[in-house]
Design a protein around this ligand. Structure first.
Ligand SMILES: [Zn+2]
Length: 253
């Protein structure tokens, strides 16, 4: 059995047998992995801290037939404050859920891992001007990396760039001009469109420190979740929970 060392984020954890945990790791080198952490639920187990949800650690494990078997771990960041704030916890769970949904086992993406650990860091340290802006930034960057990024610079139906882009079509994957606007398209105004381009393109650090119009952030977050749901073909549980928490209607209207 080969022994492997890699940095990874715990994106899912569940109890397993008496003292063990079953984890889903988003690793730097080897993509998404299912792993067993023996003894991780023992009070004084050495793997206890590195196997908490959202922990970012350097893991050593042996590749197994069905699961990797974790032999050692050194904590890099616990992102512990995420667990003390229900909104941040829900947004972080949303990111974990989408990573799990969009990545196959063994499909690595160091760029995405880096982006997510930065977002978790900014949330944990309370550094973001608007926490949700980082969630929309994640949604857009995830779609772009997956080759599903929405078109935001021209009309997806006629190709016009000069026309005012006044709508967004989820099935057609991007903005539409006034002449091509059809029932079912979502209206989108210029400030929101400009913000969405920024969230897709600007570095995460810039998005973290910039002030954003809160109403635009909410509109962008909701629009992108519906876009993502259309790609996945099933609802996103954590986002539904986020909408319930923030008093928004969870119904997909
Ligand atoms: Zn058009």
């Amino acid at each position: 059995m080969a022994s492997v060392k890699t940095n990874a984020l715990v994106i899912r954890e569940s109890p397993y047998q008496d003292n063990d945990k079953l984890l889903t790791l988003f690793t730097e080198k080897y993509g998404k992995q299912r792993a067993i952490a023996r003894g991780a639920r023992r009070r004084k187990g050495s793997l206890r801290s590195v196997t908490q949800l959202f922990a970012y650690a350097r893991f050593m494990y042996f590749e197994g037939k069905n699961f990797a078997n974790i032999s050692d771990g050194t904590l890099i960041e616990s992102f512990y404050p995420l667990r003390g704030d229900v909104i941040k916890m829900t947004l972080a769970s949303y990111i974990a859920e989408l990573l799990d949904d969009f990545y196959d086992f063994y499909q690595g993406d160091p760029e995405m891992l880096k982006a997510v650990t930065h977002i978790f860091y900014y949330w944990s340290e309370g550094l973001a001007q608007n926490d949700e802006a980082l969630a929309v930034c994640f949604q857009l960057k995830l779609m772009r990396i997956q080759g599903l990024g929405p078109v935001l610079t021209r009309c997806v139906r006629c190709g016009a760039r000069e026309e005012a882009l006044t709508g967004f079509s989820i099935p057609d994957g991007g903005t539409v001009c006034q002449s091509c606007f059809r029932p079912g398209d979502k209206p989108i105004d210029q400030p929101l469109l400009q913000d969405m381009r920024d969230w897709m393109q600007l570095p995460i650090k810039t998005i973290c420190h910039k002030k954003w119009e809160a109403a635009n952030v909410q509109k962008g977050l909701k629009l992108m979740d519906r876009y993502i749901v259309a790609q996945l073909g099933h609802p996103t549980k954590s986002f539904r929970f986020y909408q319930e928490l923030t008093g928004q209607k969870a119904a997909q209207n």
